[in-house]
Design a binder for this molecule. Structure first.
Ligand SMILES: C[S@@+](CC[C@H](N)C(=O)[O-])C[C@H]1O[C@@H](n2cnc3c(N)ncnc32)[C@H](O)[C@@H]1O
Length: 239
């Protein structure tokens, strides 16, 4: 499979997530922003890895932070730039492992399942090592680890949007994620979006061990605060 996940449906990504997860989605965003505001006063330098359409990057930039949004999917970054509507955010179209910066940051984000797109240990090592290099000494990373709760397909339909997600084991820790969306247009036509890509279910210990090998210590386990999100959240700090 040689394509970038999310590229085919980036323009309906926000609608799909808002409609599928309802108020929980907004509450998770508010909670994440509150945690970040306790970690760093504005203005801080924040790199949002896997920024997607800017769920966190845009409000953080509005709060006055200097934000770099990193994502390998140009179509997702295009949505981010449209929504930012003049708010200054630097966008970098690359994967976490390829990111390089000469200006060390205070905080890195890699949340809302960004790590499950990384399929091999070597790439995870290179990714967290690149994050470490992009941070100041004493800088931090907020990261989540998807639990088994997120490895189930679902279907929803609300008159505007019909969404079907299937997640099938490919054996071992790898899964095939399939997305199928139908959007009802005002003129009665239906627009269809399809995507499929491989994701990996990482064990928490695998990620934390690789984080330690890249020069992080586990500062806090924030999973209790994020209960119900389907992920464990950790605050890492550079040694
Ligand atoms: C589910 S979205 C989460 C977006 C955003 N972090 C949020 O909190 O709303 C996952 C994002 O990770 C991006 N991604 C996938 N592989 C990546 C990688 N190797 N490095 C950085 N981002 C990646 C995808 O393109 C997608 O935009």
């Amino acid at each position: 499979m040689n394509h970038t996940p999310h590229a085919s449906w980036a323009e309906v990504y926000d609608l799909a997530y808002e409609r599928s997860f309802g108020p929980l989605y907004g509450r998770l965003t508010d909670l994440t922003l509150n945690v970040i505001s306790e970690l760093c006063a504005s203005p801080s330098h924040i790199i949002d890895f896997g920024a997607g359409t800017g769920r966190l990057a845009i409000p953080l930039a509005r709060e006055g932070h200097e934000v770099v949004a990193v994502d390998p999917c140009e179509a997702m970054l295009e949505q981010l730039r449209k929504k930012a509507n003049g708010v200054e955010i630097v966008t970098e179209c690359c994967s976490m492992s390829d990111f390089r910066s000469s200006k060390p940051a205070d905080l890195a984000l890699g949340v809302f399942t960004v790590l499950l797109y990384i399929q091999e240990e070597q790439e995870l090592l290179e990714s967290l090592s690149a994050v470490r290099s992009a941070l100041k000494d004493g800088g931090r990373m907020l990261v989540d680890v998807a639990t088994s709760a997120l490895f189930h397909g679902f279907e929803m339909s609300d008159g505007l949007l019909t969404r079907q997600v299937t997640i099938q084991s490919c054996g071992g820790a790898h899964y095939l994620y399939r997305e199928s969306l139908e959007l009802q247009n005002p003129d009665g036509d239906v627009t269809r979006y399809d995507d499929e890509f491989v994701i990996r279910r990482w064990a928490t210990d695998e990620i934390l061990e690789i984080a330690r090998a890249c020069g992080f210590v586990i500062e806090r386990d924030l999973s209790a605060e994020f209960a119900g999100s389907g992920s464990q959240y950790f605050l890492l700090q550079t040694e």
